[in-house]
Design a protein around this ligand. Sequence first.
Ligand code: PEP
Length: 253
Amino acid sequence: MKPLVFAANWKMHLGPPEAREYVTTFLARYRPLRDREVWFFPPAVSLEAVAGGLAAAGRDDLVAGVQDIHWEPRGAFTGAVSAPLASQAGARAALVGHSERRHVFGETDQATGRKVAAALGAALTPVLCVGELLAEREAGQTLAVVTRQLEAALGGERLDHAVLADVVVAYEPVWAIGTGRNATPQDAALVHRHIRSWLVQRGAARTRVLYGGSVSNKNVGGLLAERELDGVLVGGASLDPAGWAELVRTGAA
Ligand code: PEP
């Protein structure tokens, strides 16, 4: 079995000095556990500080990643960060299609496909986020929306099964992100089974599928007791290094 992934999405929080302090505190509080990895997605300006702090600790279980990438490797794209540039700053992974990118910044399904390809081209592990809006859930469209997002980003002739095995998928229902309202373990498992069967049909049974949406120290145990979940992607509850260390440590007994 691949290790569980506990991924921290800091969103637009923690600049370089704060990030350095965070990493120091986290490292002091968290000793490696063989069955899990901890991935950090700081803002791009703090990526080098985080990656440097993790590298200095010499720990294979800790990974730095970037929250978003442009699909082009370089060029006149003011404000954007490319996969090769993130890699130079120490990233080993990239979030793609986070709901805030899709619904606040208008990222299309087509763009997620190009970003997955760009991440793989720069040897970054893409963490593809998929998930439905509340209205889509209420209209019974959850599985159709998730399928459409998977097809656009990973489907077609785009990726063979060996590559797909190294991608990570995060199911994040949009109505659960930052709202304090998480999916029940059963709700999450149902969608995870659907994602898994989509992956299995393409020969990628071992691709890790995470859950995200208001995960906290209180609910993480119940969620990860559901065997369909290979880890969690966490926003708000990852911002305090001591609390995050505790969440990772106790997340799956
Ligand atoms: C996220 O940012 O991907 C997320 C799930 O946020 P939160 O845990 O705050 O809901």
